[in-house]
Design a protein around this ligand. Structure first.
Ligand code: SF4
Length: 271
């Protein structure tokens, strides 16, 4: 696939009238959003047949900047809205943009059931381990021991592995990359969009303003280097403390729900 220059992507896939964006300087949500735009562009996404749906949170602001049909929904409900959209208009390509707080806390049940149904949606989940928009509270993905605004002496809970959850619930495609691994992230999002069935791509991102400042990662660059250093691409390598796997983690074929639903409804009509 051709790497598309930034100027070209900006003109063709962003609402430049909505820029500059609201993300803090150094936040890597912009890198992830750029990767999503690149994956859509390289895959030849038809703007008239592609809908982006987001929830609430810093990452979910991306739907304001990307020049497609977009829906900015309520907290945790992006997958529920996207499910209704896909059932009503199965010919559309539906991409969901959501953060880890949105997907892994208030919206967890929607993740489980969208994956269980294997409905043809692509979820790009921005994971930065905090609630950035509301002040750096601990999230379901916050690493154990991290300082947050709600755990000033260290977070006690173990983090939720959203990829493992999506796989266990029945997703067809599960993958993870980071803002540091830009090219890999583009490729995985593109594969997720192509995949028939529920696809989730976890995009490890950063919040330098809260998670970084509170945990002595003083610069945005340090947070990107930490992603690089903790990511493990070899599927057979053991994981050390704080490490996580990147790449395509799960890729299977399974019946897709919107097709199954339509076939069933058509059969009933014909009887
Ligand atoms: Fe990014 Fe954190 Fe700022 Fe939100 S609060 S835009 S996640 S740096």
């Amino acid at each position: 696939m051709r790497a598309i220059p930034t100027d070209e992507i900006l003109d063709s896939h962003f609402r430049t009238r909505a820029l500059p964006h609201i993300w803090c300087p150094g936040c890597s949500h912009g890198i992830v959003t750029r990767a999503l735009a690149q994956a859509l562009a390289q895959g030849g996404a038809d703007k008239d047949r592609t809908v982006l749906v987001s929830g609430i949170g810093c990452s979910s602001r991306a739907t304001g900047y990307l020049d497609f049909y977009t829906v900015h929904t309520t907290h945790g409900r992006a997958l529920a809205v996207a499910t209704g959209l896909k059932l009503a208009r199965p010919e559309l390509s539906v991409v969901v943009i959501s953060g880890d707080g949105d997907t892994g806390a208030i919206g967890t049940s929607h993740l489980v059931h969208a994956a269980r149904r294997n409905i043809d949606l692509t979820l790009v989940c921005y994971v930065n381990g905090t609630y950035g928009m509301t002040g750096g509270q601990g999230a379901p993905t916050t690493p154990c021991g991290d300082i947050t605004s709600t755990s000033p002496f260290g977070h006690l809970e173990r983090p939720l592995d959203l990829c493992a959850l999506a796989q266990a619930a029945g997703a067809s495609f599960v993958a993870r990359a980071t803002a540091w691994h830009f090219d890999l992230l583009v490729r995985l999002i593109a594969r997720g969009i192509e995949k028939k069935g529920f696809a989730m791509v976890e995009a490890v991102s950063s919040c330098p303003v809260y998670a970084g400042r509170l945990n002595e990662q003083d610069t945005p660059a340090q947070m990107l280097f930490a992603m690089r250093d903790h990511a493990v691409a070899d599927p057979g390598a053991p994981l050390g403390p704080g490490q996580f796997r990147i790449g395509a983690l799960w890729d299977v074929e399974a019946p897709e729900y919107a097709d199954t639903y339509r076939q069933h409804a058509t059969g009933r009509t014909e009887r």
